[in-house]
Design a protein around this ligand. Sequence first.
Ligand SMILES: Nc1nc2c(c(=O)[nH]1)N[C@H]1C(S)=C(S)[C@@H](COP(=O)(O)OP(=O)(O)OC[C@H]3O[C@@H](n4cnc5c(=O)[nH]c(N)nc54)[C@H](O)[C@@H]3O)O[C@H]1N2
Ligand SMILES: Nc1nc2c(c(=O)[nH]1)N[C@H]1C(S)=C(S)[C@@H](COP(=O)(O)OP(=O)(O)OC[C@H]3O[C@@H](n4cnc5c(=O)[nH]c(N)nc54)[C@H](O)[C@@H]3O)O[C@H]1N2
Ligand SMILES: [Mo]
Length: 767
Amino acid sequence: MENNTNKPNKAGGLPSVQSTIKHLLRSNRTKENIKNLLRVNQSDGFDCPGCAWGDNKNGTFQFCENGAKAVAWESTDKRVDADFFAQYSVSQLMKQSDYWLEYQGRLAQPMRYNKKTDHYEPLSWHDAFEIIANKLNTLSHPDEAEFYTSGRASNEASYLYQLFGRIYGTNNFPDCSNMCHEASGIALTQSIGVGKGTVVLDDFDCADSIFVFGQNPGTNHPRMMNALRKAARSGCKIVTFNNLKEVALEKFASPQDPKELLAASATTISHCYFTPKLGGDMAAVRGMVKAVIEQHSASIDIDFIEQHTNGFDTYIESVKRTDWSKIEIQSGLSKRQIEQAAQVFALSKNVISCWAMGLTQHKHSVDTIREIVNLHLLTGNLGRKGAGLCPVRGHSNVQGNRTMGINEKPTAAFIERLEQYFTIELPKQSGHNVHAALKALYQKHIKVLICLGGNLAAAAPDSDFTFKAIKNAELNVQISTKLNRSHLLVSEDALILPCFGRTELDKQKSGIQKITVEDTFSMVHASTGKTTPVSEQCLSEVDIVAQIASYTLGNKAIGTSPYTWTELRDDYAKIRTLISQTIVGFTDFNKKIETPCGFHLTNSAALLTWNTNSQKAEFNCSDLPTSILSDNLSDALTYTDSTVFTLQSLRSHDQYNTTIYGMDDRYRGIKGERKVVFINPDDAKQLNLSDGDTVDIQSICNDGVKRVVNGFKVVFYEIPRGNLAAYYPETNPLVAIDSYGEQSFTPASKSIAVVLQKSATAIEVAT
Ligand SMILES: Nc1nc2c(c(=O)[nH]1)N[C@H]1C(S)=C(S)[C@@H](COP(=O)(O)OP(=O)(O)OC[C@H]3O[C@@H](n4cnc5c(=O)[nH]c(N)nc54)[C@H](O)[C@@H]3O)O[C@H]1N2
Ligand SMILES: Nc1nc2c(c(=O)[nH]1)N[C@H]1C(S)=C(S)[C@@H](COP(=O)(O)OP(=O)(O)OC[C@H]3O[C@@H](n4cnc5c(=O)[nH]c(N)nc54)[C@H](O)[C@@H]3O)O[C@H]1N2
Ligand SMILES: [Mo]
């Protein structure tokens, strides 16, 4: 039996330019879009809303196919306004697909849900703010409100949002990070005292090898492909660990290189490509450590270990205790393969390790990431040019959100600085992350849900549970650009507050406003939108947040600061002044963002300063997990006689998280559909399944809840036996709410225990 034969043999190249053009033409604002693309990531332009990869702002034209899709998607002539909502009831909209909902256009005026008619109806901004303020002011405790944030919100908007939420009285700040890189932040903070990556973009030019774990940059961080391609061409060895053979990590043709654009040539990216089992990376890296100790002791950096680390002896004991047979079984890789990877690592002077969701969305993600740090500490691969750790962040400002205080567990020092500057008292106890927020909503402990962007309903796990939970909010407020599922889970009262997108001109009393963002390399820089906002009735995120705050708390000076909420809205430089006074690293903020490249926030670990209790970098001594599945799943395996698979849920090439741009996944050879499940042909044979058959996927869990999705087409694919892959968010109904990462509470959406059954019913056709 053959694997999917439609899969191309290289990524990038002409098809990616053709796809870019197709998306530009489709959006019926082609001229605006082309102008917009010329401004992406330019020093006087706007930050690409696509991903958090950094850029060097050296004047070169910097956009990618998927960045172009994100820009074109925002800039459309279609409008979702009063007429639209008069035409469709919420129940009717609920029946539409996520793709259809977003495709209807930009939200164009504030709307309120009328439960008697089951329609959204227009209202004034004044009335909207009053409704929110009245509701918030009548709650019996501020902890009855949740303030969700998605990672596109600017530094200015998120700073105001957290300041308002905290002065109002809560630390309930669930955010998309809770479902994304939470484990990276926790692991890095525990190991090296700072929850961010230690490298900058230039380091990629100086690395001798780059390890890429559980990440698909060809689709999700296409600009990273330029860095990998450049490195590979200059002799740097790229080693990939990915459950699937992702074509961009095998061969990539740069659309910017005329030779590769038009000819059949492409650059080989990965020097070695390993396909571990889902959740097998901790075992693989533990094996690499073992091999380094056994075969490459010269690469162990004793001076670094002595001077900078704590826990080495205990760690070595746990490495010795781990036997190769367990490593091989759990990783799905042979000892020889792991030794090969270890050899590249050990013989390289400078190594960078990158990772994304393939590592962070498992039960033992924190320990997996800490194992990578262990390997870097063992060999001293930290804190010098070309060496270090690189969690590749998702949303374009998700890292900045956290820096600005969007964090349900703020540090005491963070709160103290705010309290001192404003002379106010703020709540100290931890608030809710996404998991706790959904649980509390489900139990009706929460009355108000406010979302600054995103699509919590479709992004969160256990759709049935999540939908009920969100519906329980007495007031559901969504600050958004496009219509999505989260607007439709309403019962009593709900508001849609339409805002500007990143590409749009933001004019306030003091003139045209800049906003700022922080990329994955901790570079902070300004972004200015240029196109006219889609509707006169849209407001900026900052404006909306400032007005919610001023209606709720009164428009007076905030604490002992010189500014009222609306004065901050009138001039964002004043927000940056507050940031410069209260957030570490932002002194002279307004001045620093005048430089085209922005400025770098100091990373203590990169300077070999360790903000841990021991003042040293900490080796983590955890043993390999007994099972890669959640505790509540492991024993559930005994509930079924069918073959149990581990399923990962991932992104296609034609989506941005819950936003679906189209039905193709070109790099995996999929056309015109999304309800597919990738399977190893030998596994399929055992289940008597042929390529193209339709199956129902049921997840197993010991909580007694039946979770099934129907009508997925079987696609033969190069994937380790026992593993499956299918797209998110279609598979979110399968992720049990209590199946999450230890410490991180991140849904374990890359290790879902499932069984397959041939569909009895007709296939549903995607619209
Ligand atoms: N165009 C586009 N860009 C995006 C996004 C988007 O949806 N579309 N989303 C943005 C966001 S918020 C994020 S967080 C990032 C996400 O970026 P990625 O992390 O690249 O996203 P996923 O599609 O979830 O891909 C996970 C990859 O890890 C592999 N994998 C899964 N499980 C394992 C495992 O256990 N071990 C190993 N070694 N590999 C594994 C999968 O095969 C896949 O290649 O992208 C950001 N950029
Ligand atoms: N099963 C499974 N689940 C997952 C994942 C997975 O890999 N598998 N990945 C997880 C990850 S990594 C993440 S980050 C989350 C994503 O979770 P979210 O960030 O909540 O979801 P998005 O799909 O990015 O949000 C899309 C919506 O954001 C709004 N929007 C877009 N631009 C703007 C803007 O500029 N301002 C405002 N205010 N709104 C805007 C639009 O209305 C759009 O409908 O999903 C998580 N869920
Ligand atoms: Mo993410």
